[in-house]
Design a protein around this ligand. Structure first.
Ligand SMILES: CC(C)(COP(=O)(O)OP(=O)(O)OC[C@H]1O[C@@H](n2cnc3c(N)ncnc32)[C@H](O)[C@@H]1OP(=O)(O)O)[C@@H](O)C(=O)NCCC(=O)NCCS
Length: 127
């Protein structure tokens, strides 16, 4: 069994600048799924929620020790929500293959955000 852990912190203002500067849609589509965009876009502090999701995706890559790649489609790593609001990670089959993550692997995500910063931690248990 392998236990992998990752953490990431994102400044909310940086997230806002990234979305504004890169003129929105193409950047959003590369990084966030339609469902993530719908969720964050519906929130009053939408950039906090976007920043939290970016932190979660980066924390997954850290846990997996994946090197940053400029053209990586981070939307292949999706943050979904249980009915309670608890977030979880859904990996596309393409990213599962790329990262060698079997379907039996358990991925635990925890997220928090407060005005300036968003933080996410990820623990992956691979049987
Ligand atoms: C879930 C809870 C811990 C979120 O805490 P918060 O301080 O409001 O907000 P945080 O910035 O720390 O975390 C927000 C994130 O928590 C996550 N979250 C929401 N519900 C969750 C749950 N049931 N379990 C785990 N995580 C949850 C979400 O990812 C959310 O971010 P998102 O909306 O962008 O997806 C809080 O709302 C809660 O229910 N606390 C239980 C105790 C309580 O009732 N306290 C209030 C009286 S003192």
């Amino acid at each position: 069994m392998r236990i992998l852990q990752g953490i990431d912190l994102v400044k909310v203002e940086r997230m806002e600048r990234m979305i504004d500067r890169t003129s929105g849609k193409a950047f959003l589509d590369r990084v966030f799924t339609a469902a993530e965009q719908a969720y964050c876009g519906s929130k009053r502090m939408k950039f906090e929620h976007y920043a939290a999701r970016l932190a979660a995706k980066e924390a997954v890559l850290k846990a997996l020790k994946v090197r940053p790649k400029k053209n990586r489609r981070l939307s292949e790593i999706e943050v979904r929500r249980e009915a309670t609001g608890k977030p979880y990670i859904a990996l596309s089959s393409k990213s599962r293959k790329e990262f060698h993550i079997p379907v039996q692997a358990q991925i635990e995500l925890s997220v928090a955000h407060e005005r300036e910063y968003a933080i996410a931690t990820v623990v992956i248990v691979v049987p």
